[in-house]
Design a binder for this molecule. Structure first.
Ligand code: AHR
Length: 320
């Protein structure tokens, strides 16, 4: 049976560990990407909190955006004989070998927030949003908002090769197909960071007549949008009015920008991926029944009509 060793050693522990503080600890390794965005930092905070609440000993490794560091961390977790591994994979490809090693060691792996191009028998489950759908929601909002008027769009992509960058682009383009008035005129990576988002937006503005030719910005995350908003202001234009701004994550800062009229819409991504992941792991260890391969989180659209300052206050208490 798959992951039999982990089950044997962890079932007894889990029985007295999950849901209550206990002397017996389940040991889980977590390979995190880094801290490129406000969303990522909140996911780290919440994963640590969720582990603590469940009495899990969480071994945390920050990969500083490098896949090779993630692979090293996973190998070290395997060598330590952890009961399970969480990994937020920085890019989609190149995981087969190390996931096979974890499987051979009978250690269940759970993917958090990003998907991989690997056979799904190499991991227990993936807790992610529907990344294509997120891009689709953003694109539909834009198409509805411009309502047939001609609109040149610039796009800030996430980290090259990451599943959210690939899928959010795809979903957005799907939403725009059939809307000949909407055209993506520039698209480049901003690596999910504020600094790069600003830098790349500056180059877009420069290349497009100071921005006069740009009608909307689609950013694959809020942090890049926040950086780009600054660039738009410095170029003497009004973000949210002269250039519409739609992005993804729903971090507190974007609600402040929305309240100021400088951002228009965002698609929410919950930073609490660990809660459902630990629940699935607990159920698996208890009942020996594998969870669904995909545990999908919601993707809610927020606009300026949603009382952004109220949402900002609510969000501040949720890991941000
Ligand atoms: O994988 C989720 C994405 O990673 C978030 O949208 C982004 O902010 C983060 O860096």
């Amino acid at each position: 049976m798959k992951f039999a060793k982990a089950l044997a050693s962890a079932t007894i522990l889990a029985a007295c560990t999950f849901g209550s503080a206990s002397a017996a600890e389940l040991v889980v390794g977590f390979s995190q990407i880094g801290s490129e965005s406000g969303w990522r930092a909140a996911e780290t905070t919440l994963t640590k909190q969720q582990a603590e609440q469940r009495g899990i000993d969480l071994k945390f490794a920050d990969a500083q955006q490098k896949q090779e560091n993630q692979i090293k961390a996973i190998r070290s977790f395997i060598a330590q004989g952890v009961n399970a591994i969480l990994v937020a994979p920085v890019v989609a490809t190149g995981w087969d070998e190390v996931l096979q090693e974890a499987k051979d060691a009978e250690i269940p792996v759970i993917l958090l927030d990003r998907t991989v191009d690997a056979s799904d028998d190499l991991y227990l489950t993936a807790v992610t949003s529907d990344l294509v759908h997120e891009g689709n929601v953003a694109g539909k909002w834009l198409a509805d908002t411009v309502a047939g008027k001609p609109c040149n769009v610039v796009e800030l992509q996430g980290t090259t090769g990451s599943s959210p960058a690939i899928d959010r682009k795809k979903g957005f383009e799907q939403a725009l197909s059939g809307h000949d008035n909407l055209k993506i005129i520039r698209s480049q990576t901003g690596d999910f960071t504020r600094t790069k988002g600003k830098e790349v937006m500056e180059s877009f503005l420069k290349a497009e007549g100071g921005g006069k030719n740009i009608c909307a910005l689609y950013a694959h995350n809020d942090d890049m949008a926040v950086g780009a908003i600054q660039a738009i202001k410095e170029a003497g234009l009004k973000p949210g009015t002269d250039i519409l701004v739609v992005s993804i994550d729903a971090v507190p800062d974007i609600f402040q920008a929305m309240a100021a009229g400088e951002a228009n819409a965002t698609v929410e991504l919950t930073p609490n991926m660990a809660g459902p992941a630990f629940d699935a792991l607990a159920a698996y260890l208890k009942d020996k029944k594998a969870p669904a391969k995909w545990i999908q989180t919601e993707s809610k659209l927020y606009t300026q009509a949603d009382d952004p300052m109220k949402v900002y206050e609510e969000k501040k208490g949720l890991g941000y």
